[in-house]
Design a protein around this ligand. Structure first.
Ligand SMILES: NC(=O)c1ccc[n+]([C@@H]2O[C@H](COP(=O)([O-])OP(=O)(O)OC[C@H]3O[C@@H](n4cnc5c(N)ncnc54)[C@H](O)[C@@H]3O)[C@@H](O)[C@H]2O)c1
Ligand SMILES: O=C(O)[C@H](O)COP(=O)(O)O
Length: 618
């Protein structure tokens, strides 16, 4: 690019920046995916967070076989439904996407198909492994888990690949709780065994004498949604309910007459134990030889959570020694369990094949809940059930929308001002606001600044999901600072400032007194504006592209640059001059709708008063 005029190159901060480098950095820039607020018309929040639907915007071009495929994919995203989903959910999905219902895929088939899909919906039967994310080659944007447990989804791999994971945590709560209670009662009264005995022609009234529930102590381990509903129902059966959950609020327990106790107290006081925690490294095999030894002889255990929370070998031993009188299991470490599983065959164990969520009502509800979450995520909205991204309420997101755009553009601008080879390592972001720090959630803004900083200089796709991870991986340290302003906190933010430390700039004037590249922006009438470059105050709306030009302040400069651009049919959208003092240095910021060609930029550089200039893609 002709931008590197001799004057420009003679500036100390431009040493080592050849023409090619500037040209390359400009041409490598991908169009901003977040140009959703155009002019004064706010189109939507769609895609601003980088999770949007368009494969052309976000996907990996390698996955596009032909222009027709590209066109059809652009029109509608593709959702792979890998396990049975209720019809209402499928209908909702079909109204927005191409829906491929392919059940019982092998891992290999799933990996093959996934590169053609924007979203994947699974239940607990599909393992969404790192290999699946890798095989998607950047196309998979959303994994929807039609249910609660996300232990079958590799969340780290999803996050690293910028893939949002959403679940449907509410619709099957009652079904799971009812199944838990059904198992408690069935186990206590030997329903399954007696039924099997009768069906084999026997009448064994003495063998199947059960135990009563009333007055017995039930320990609920995991007092979340299902645990709470189980507790409520067990109270109705006259049981004395205690619970253990390190994260549950005591007042919620108190409100339904449940005592929160320590883990050891829960398991040692219980006649019945019902498990309702997620499977995590901390809960894996939480019931084991050591913990069984602390239980009363004859304890009864129900598991509708996850098989892995019980050491199944240890449970077998506890059943054989009588510490555990009976167990009722809906879930298993390996599903389905081996046919010859001693646990499944044990006469004091009753089993169901992971049926906790399997009621008609729950499945219809889950299908709608997950379809809505997936469609919303594909549209770029942040789902309230996001598992691996900050959950930001819709109203806050909508208020932050123009600042989200501003944040990304400031990041893009700042990084393009860095001289090649400088290596961006340390970025400081300052938010000036009249709002109390607790009232300003900056996670989305930080993610978008990160996106702006990283995308122009790499092939990495950054979004709200993987922003922090990507920054860390690249050794990019982003620190945040707040300036608390006086006045009315009507607007969430007054300005955002992005400073890059320890780098040289290809536009020396962008370096502040503190020696850092500094850009500052504000939102005016809903439109993001650049308001400061280095120590120079400017005012240019952040749309299209930008030419920054330092000159000796003198009359006629605006006209001269304007007419060069006009001659080449480049439309100027905005112009602003910031100067330190009259007739000294000034920085002119010129917003242009089209990218000027090299010759045009060269002509600007050749204006005698121009000391340096740079062309930046927003
Ligand atoms: N069998 C089924 O079909 C079925 C259906 C629905 C849910 N589930 C499973 O049931 C479990 C609970 O589901 P939910 O919807 O109630 O989830 P939830 O997130 O509402 O509740 C889980 C609770 O476990 C608690 N917890 C976390 N670690 C703990 C620990 N170390 N000790 C004790 N408590 C701990 C959490 O604080 C939380 O309150 C999950 O594992 C879910 O996958 C199974
Ligand atoms: O975590 C859940 O939601 C349940 O285990 C239900 O799983 P499912 O969708 O495979 O029935």
């Amino acid at each position: 690019m002709a931008a590197s005029s001799s004057k420009l190159l003679s500036s100390p901060s431009f040493r080592g920046i050849g023409r090619e480098r500037i040209a390359a950095s400009a041409s490598n820039l991908r169009p901003s995916p977040s140009l959703l607020v155009r002019g004064r018309e706010r189109v939507s929040l769609s895609g601003q967070l980088g999770i949007g639907s368009s494969i052309l915007r976000h996907g990996n071009p390698r996955t596009l076989a032909s222009s027709q495929v590209r066109a059809s994919l652009e029109a509608k995203p593709t959702v792979l439904v890998a396990e049975k989903l209720g019809e209402a959910g499928l209908e909702l999905l079909r109204s927005f996407a191409n829906v491929d219902c392919s059940y019982n895929l092998t891992q290999e088939e799933l990996c093959t198909k996934i590169s053609l899909c924007d979203a994947l919906i699974v239940r607990s039967g599909t393992k969404v492994t790192r290999e699946v994310f890798e095989s998607s080659r950047g196309r998979l944007r959303v994994v929807g888990r039609a249910g609660v447990g996300i232990d079958n989804v590799d969340l780290s791999a999803a996050t690293e690949h910028g893939c949002l994971v959403v679940n449907a945590p509410n619709a099957n709560t009652v079904a799971a709780a009812e199944h838990g209670i059904a198992l408690v009662a069935a186990m206590a009264r030997n329903i399954a065994q007696a039924d099997a005995s009768m069906k084999s022609g026997k009448w064994q009234r003495n063998k199947y004498v059960g135990v009563s529930l009333v007055g017995k102590t039930l320990a609920v381990l995991g007092f979340g949604k299902v645990g709470t509903e189980v507790a409520r129902r067990a109270k109705g059966l006259g049981m004395n309910v205690i619970a253990h959950d390190p994260y549950a609020p005591a007042d919620r327990a108190r409100a339904i007459g449940v005592e929160l106790v320590t883990f050891d107290e829960a398991i040692s006081r219980a006649d019945f134990i019902s498990l309702h925690m997620p499977l995590t490294p901390a809960t894996s095999k939480i019931l084991n030889d050591e913990t069984f030894a602390k239980m009363k002889k004859g304890t009864r255990i129900v598991n509708v959570a996850r098989g892995g929370v019980i050491d199944e070998e240890a449970l077998l031993r506890a059943l054989d020694t009588g510490i555990v009188a009976q167990a009722a299991l809906d879930v298993f470490t390996e599903e389905p369990p081996p046919k010859d599983s001693k646990l499944v065959q044990h006469e004091n164990v009753i089993v169901t094949p992971h049926l906790g969520a399997s009621t008609a009502e729950a499945q219809e509800g889950v299908a709608i809940e997950i379809a809505e979450a997936v469609v919303g995520a594909l549209k770029g909205e942040l789902a309230s059930t996001a598992v691996n991204a900050p959950m930001v309420p819709a109203e806050i997101l909508s208020e932050l929308a123009p600042f989200v755009v501003l944040a990304e553009k400031l990041g893009r601008l700042a990084v393009q001002l860095v001289a090649g080879g400088s290596g961006v390592k340390s970025v400081k972001v300052t938010y000036a606001s009249a709002r109390a720090p607790d009232d300003l959630d900056t996670r989305v803004l930080r993610a978008m600044i990160t996106k702006g900083l990283i995308e122009p200089i790499s092939n990495v796709f950054v979004n709200l999901v993987n922003a922090d991870f990507t920054a860390k991986q690249r050794g990019l340290r982003i620190t945040e600072e707040r300036i608390l302003l006086d006045g009315s906190p009507e607007s969430p933010l007054e300005f955002i400032q992005v400073q890059i430390a320890n780098v040289e700039s290809k536009f020396a004037s962008a370096i502040s007194e503190a020696g850092e590249i500094k850009v500052e922006g504000r939102v005016k009438d809903g439109i993001p504006h650049l308001t400061k470059v280095g120590s120079f105050e400017v005012d240019v709306s952040l749309e299209g592209s930008l030419i920054l030009c330092r000159q000796v302040d003198q009359p006629g400069m605006i006209g001269r640059v304007g007419s060069i651009l006009g001659e080449e049919n480049v439309n100027v959208s905005f112009m602003s001059v910031g100067r330190i003092a009259p007739r000294k240095h000034a920085v002119m910021a010129i917003g242009v709708d089209e990218e000027p060609n090299k010759e045009t930029l060269k002509k600007i550089g050749e204006i005698p008063a121009v000391e340096e200039f740079v062309f930046l893609n927003l």
